[in-house]
Design a protein around this ligand. Sequence first.
Ligand code: NAP
Length: 315
Amino acid sequence: MSGAPLFGRVTLIGIGLIGSSLAHVMRRDSLAGEIVVSTRREDTLKRAIELNLCDRGTLDAGDAVRNADLVIICTPMGAYEAIGKHIAPFLKDGAIVTDVGSVKLPVFETLGKHVPDHVHLVPGHPVAGTEHSGPDAGFPELFKGRWTILTPAEGADQAAVDRVRELWLRAEAMVEVMDAAHHDQVLAITSHLPHLIAYTIVGTATDLGEDLQQEVIKFSASGFRDFTRIAASDPTMWRDIFLTNKDAVLEVLGRFDEDLTELKRAIRRGDGDRLFEHFTRTRAIRRGVVDAHQDDMPAPDLGAIPGPYSQDNDD
Ligand code: NAP
C-alpha cells in the first residue's frame, strides 16, 4: 500500500518493538516527510540509524520534537512524566502528541498535564504485540488486522483525532475511539489479567523442584508453552502496566478470585455438572473470538523457549 505523506516531520520518542514497527510502516508507505528518533541509550539510537528507521536521531527528546507535526511516545509508561515535562517547551503550535501505551487514563495525568493548550493530545493503544523488545523486533505487519484504540479527551480537536486515526488505518489496523477509563477496564480483563496469570503460573513452575521443572519444560506443549511465551513479555512494560492500571486490575482480580473459588469447590465436591456447564460457556466465548477474526494469526510453535515474532500478545 502506498500514499502521500500524511505528516511533514514525525518524531518517535522510543524505538522499541512498537516504535520501530511504526517507523517501518511510515517508511514503507512514505507517510512522513521526515522521521526523527529520540532514545535514552546511545546504542539504541545507533541501531535505529543502522536499520534506517529514521532520517535523524538524537538523545535529546526536546531537540527531537522541534518543528514536529506529530510526536509519538513509544516508551514504557513510567517515563511519560519526565518526557512530557522535557518536551513541552519545544512543541510547535498545532502539533499532535500521541502515544502507544497500554493503559490510557494515566496518560492525561503524566503526559497530558504538560502538553500546552496549543498542542493536541490524542492518546492511543495498538492492541498488538509480541514478547520481543528493541528496534530489531519491529516489523510493518504488526498492526495488520488488529485494533488500535484512541482515547482522546472529550472536546478534543476532531481533525487531530482523524489524522492519528488515518495513520493507524495506513498501518492496516482497525481503529476504535473509546473513553480512557473504559479502555482500561476492558484491557484489564482481556490482557492484564491473563498476563498476571501467566506470570504466576510460570513463577510457580520455576519454584518447583529441579526434577519436576525438567518435566514441565519437556511436556510444555500441553498448555504451559503459551504461558511461557506470555510470561516472557518485557518486565519494565508490565511493571508499569500493573502500577498504572492498579484499580481496574484489582477489580477484575477480585472477580477472578471468586470464580476460581467456585470452580475449586466444584472440583472438591466432584460436581461434574457444574464444571461441564462452565467449560461449555467458555467454549462459546472462544467461538466468538474466532468469529471476530481476533485469532487469525498462525498458532505459535515455540516449544518451551519463546521464538521470534509470535504475533499474538495483545498487550
Ligand atoms: P521496547 O521494545 O522495550 O522499547 C522501549 C523504547 O523506549 C526503547 O527505544 C527505549 O530506549 C525507550 N525508553 C525506555 N525507557 C526510557 C526512558 N526512561 N526514557 C526515554 N526512553 C526510554 O518497548 P515496546 O514494547 O515498544 O513498548 C513501548 C510502549 O508500547 C509501552 O508503553 C507499552 O505499554 C506499549 N505497548 C507495547 C506492546 C508490546 O507488545 N510490546 C503492545 C502495545 C503497546 P533505550 O533502549 O534507549 O532505553
